[in-house]
Ligand binder design. Structure first.
Ligand code: PLP
Length: 386
C-alpha cells in the first residue's frame, strides 16, 4: 500500500517503544510515560458519572461547551490575570496533543521553520516535519539548568521562522524559565515577527517557586501567542483526553472549522468533568503535593546512588539523571536496566539526540513505595556494573 510521506517521515515514539517492551516483562516498575497513577479528584469523577447518567453523551459545539470555555477563561484570569473572550479565543480539544496538532496544522506552510528548544516533547518535531515544515533545534544545556538562552534562540531566527515552541515547565527536564528570559523572548517575537506556541501543560506542577508569567501576558504577545494547556497533568486525567488552545479569534475560528473534520469535539462527559474540575480545583493541590513528595524521593534517592546525578527538578514529574559516570550511554543504561532489573526508563537521546545521550528520564508517576523499589533496583544495577 502507498503510505504518504507525511506519515512515513514520522518516527515511532521511543518512550512508547520502551513502554511496549516493558509490557513483555513481569513485575516491571514502569517509569516511562508521563501518565500519573493517581485518580482524578472525586468531584471530577462524580461530574463525569452524572453527565453520563443524565445522557449528556452527544456531540457538543466544535469549540467545546461554552460553559467549559467560560470556566477556562475564568481559570486563566484567576491564575494569571489574563482576560480572554471564551466565545472566540479558546477551543476545547482532545487533549493538549490535539490542541498542538491543530495549531501547527492550521498555521504552518511547507518550508516554514519552527524553532524547538531541546530537550523536547517529541510530538512537536514530528508534526512539524509531517507538515513539510522544518524543525530547528536550540539545545539547552544542563549547566544552564536547561533554560533556553535568548542569545541561542536569536542565532537561529531567520525570515522563515514562523513559530517558536516554548515548553516551560519543560518535559523532559523539569526546568522553569526565568521571568527575564520570557520577557526577552517576547520582545524578540515582536521584533522579528514570529508566533509563539506556549505549551503550559505542567504549569500547575511547580514545587519550589511559581511558574513564570505566560509569555502571552507581555506587550504585543496576545496577538501572536497560542497557549496550550489541559487536564491531563493538573488533574491526573490523561485518559479523559481534554485539553485546549487559547489564541487570537481569527486562528481559533479556523481551528474550530478543522475540528469538525478531525474529531468533531472533545468527549462530552469529559467536558462536563472539566467544568467541575475548574469550578473547584482544590483536588489539583493534593496532586501537586503528592508529586512534590515523589520528586524529593527520586532526587534524594538517585543522588545517593554512586555514579548517578539527578538534575534539579523544580517542576513536572520528570527527572533527568546523568548516568555518564557508569561508562554507559543513557540508551545502554535504559535497555540493560530493563533487562536485568525490570525498571523501565527512557534514554535522554529520545528527547533531542546526542546532546542528551548521557541522560535517562525518569517519570515519577508511580506511588512512593514503587519508586523506592525502583531506586533499590537501580542501585543494585549500578553496583553490579562491571
Ligand atoms: N505537552 C507536553 C509537553 C506533554 O508532555 C504532553 C504529554 O505528555 C502533552 C502536551 C499532551 O498532553 P495531553 O494528555 O493533554 O494530550
Amino acid at each position: 500500500m502507498n503510505i504518504s510521506q507525511r506519515v512515513l517521515c514520522v518516527e515511532p515514539s521511543p518512550p512508547r517503544a520502551i513502554f511496549d517492551l516493558a509490557a513483555k516483562y513481569t513485575d516491571v516498575v514502569d517509569l516511562t510515560l508521563g501518565d500519573p497513577d493517581l485518580p482524578p479528584p472525586v468531584n471530577v469523577r462524580e461530574a463525569a458519572c452524572k453527565a453520563i447518567m443524565e445522557g449528556k453523551t452527544r456531540y457538543s459545539a466544535n469549540a467545546g461547551l461554552i460553559d467549559l470555555r467560560k470556566a477556562i477563561a475564568e481559570d486563566l484570569k484567576r491564575n494569571s490575570g489574563m482576560v480572554i473572550d471564551p466565545a472566540s479565543e479558546v477551543i476545547v480539544t482532545v487533549g493538549a496533543m490535539e490542541a498542538s496538532f491543530l495549531t501547527l496544522y492550521s498555521i504552518l506552510e511547507p518550508g516554514d521553520e519552527v524553532v524547538i528548544h531541546a530537550p523536547f516533547w517529541i510530538n512537536y518535531s514530528q508534526v512539524v516535519r509531517s507538515l513539510g515544515a522544518t524543525p530547528v533545534f536550540v539545545y539547552t544545556r544542563p549547566e544552564d539548568n536547561f533554560e533556553l538562552q535568548v542569545e541561542d534562540l536569536e542565532k537561529v531566527i531567520t525570515p522563515q521562522t514562523r513559530l517558536v515552541v516554548l515548553n516551560y515547565p519543560n518535559n523532559p527536564s523539569g526546568a522553569i524559565l526565568p521571568e527575564e528570559s520570557v520577557e526577552k523572548i517576547a520582545k524578540l517575537a515582536v521584533e522579528k515577527d514570529f508566533l509563539v506556541l506556549s505549551d503550559e501543560i505542567y504549569e500547575s506542577l511547580t514545587y519550589d517557586r511559581k511558574p513564570c508569567r505566560s509569555i502571552r501576558s507581555y506587550p504585543g504577545m496576545a496577538e501572536r501567542t497560542i497557549i496550550i494547556n489541559g487536564m491531563s497533568k493538573r488533574f491526573a486525567m490523561t485518559g479523559w483526553r481534554l485539553g485546549w488552545a487559547i489564541a487570537p479569534a481569527e486562528l481559533i475560528s479556523e481551528m474550530t472549522k478543522m475540528q469538525e473534520n478531525i474529531v468533531a469535539c472533545a468527549p462530552l462527559p469529559a467536558q462536563y468533568a472539566g467544568i467541575e474540575a475548574l469550578r473547584d480545583d482544590s483536588g489539583s493541590a493534593a496532586i501537586r503535593d503528592e508529586f512534590r513528595t515523589r520528586r524529593d524521593v527520586i532526587f534524594e534517592g538517585i543522588n545517593r546512588i554512586p555514579k548517578l546525578k539527578c538534575m534539579p527538578v523544580p517542576a513536572t514529574f520528570y527527572a533527568l539523571v546523568d548516568v555518564s559516570a557508569t561508562g554507559l550511554t543513557g540508551k545502554e543504561f535504559a535497555f540493560k536496566l530493563l533487562e536485568t532489573e525490570k525498571v523501565a526508563v527512557v534514554h535522554g537521546s529520545a528527547y533531542g539526540g546526542d546532546h542528551y545521550s548521557k541522560f535517562i528520564r525518569i517519570a515519577f508517576t508511580m506511588k512512593e513505595e514503587r519508586l523506592r523499589e525502583a531506586l533499590r533496583r537501580i542501585e543494585k544495577f549500578v553496583l553490579e556494573l562491571k
